[in-house]
Write a protein that binds this ligand. Structure first.
Ligand SMILES: [Zn+2]
Length: 229
């Protein structure tokens, strides 16, 4: 009882000194655990299916829009190397988005999948950064829902960022960039391919093609952010 009173008082003091703020617009919010104000929350959540995914993918789903949604959080996670505190806050915000996003459609997607496979970084970049942010974003969320993550793909070509390239150039750069790791088997499996951002779909499509040519039965895509509408 005493402990409870103390904790409530402590929370009140912390909230007074460090009032909880929205992770996107920085407005005050009522509950710290919400992390977003109602306005941003409504804008961020945009669970949707791409109407025309590339032919190698059976379905592609996104959780937020990129520009009006999770861009600032993803950029902080990707490029703030060294600023650990920022990374941790952004990661918590992203994980909160995933929790808020769960609905029938996403649950159905997870139920149709046997295993989740992150789009891999090249080992040069992975060791530079020390982690693959795709695994950081989705790992916990998927493991509490019983879907294992397996790193069965590897990036054999160290492609630079594709931002500035057009669709054709992207395709040329990404061609032959991925491979299934020796000894890993995807035969007959229904795979949920994971990435953080989906723009033209070139990267995911190439991964899906490799998985299919190694016998995968289905390849679905799930990305945190896309502006495909
Ligand atoms: Zn806000």
């Amino acid at each position: 009882m005493l402990k409870k009173i103390f904790m409530t008082a402590a929370t009140a003091v912390i909230d007074f000194l460090f009032a909880p703020r929205c992770a996107v617009c920085n407005d005050y919010i009522e509950e710290r655990r919400d992390m977003f104000c109602p306005r941003c929350r409504a804008k961020i959540l945009a669970v949707d299916q791409a109407l025309e995914p590339s032919s190698a993918l059976d379905e592609v789903w996104r959780i937020t829009r990129y520009r009006e949604g999770s861009r600032s959080m993803l950029r902080a996670l990707k490029f703030n190397e060294g600023r650990r505190a920022d990374e941790i806050n952004q990661l918590q915000a992203i994980r909160r988005i995933l929790e808020m996003a769960v609905d029938r459609r996403l649950e159905g997607l997870l139920a149709r999948s046997d295993v989740a496979v992150p789009v891999p970084l090249h080992e040069n970049r992975q060791s530079e950064r020390g982690f693959n942010q795709v695994e950081l974003i989705f790992g916990e969320w998927l493991s509490t829902r019983g879907l294992p993550i397996e790193n069965v793909l590897r990036r054999v070509k160290d492609t630079k960022h594709l931002f500035d390239l057009n669709r054709e150039e992207r395709r040329a750069v990404i061609d032959g960039a991925f491979d299934v790791i020796e000894g890993a088997s995807v035969r007959g499996k229904r795979i949920l391919l994971l990435d953080d951002i989906y723009t033209t779909g070139t990267t995911m499509s190439e991964c899906a093609t490799v998985l299919r040519s190694n016998g995968a039965e289905k390849v679905f895509g799930l990305v945190l952010a896309s502006d495909f509408d």
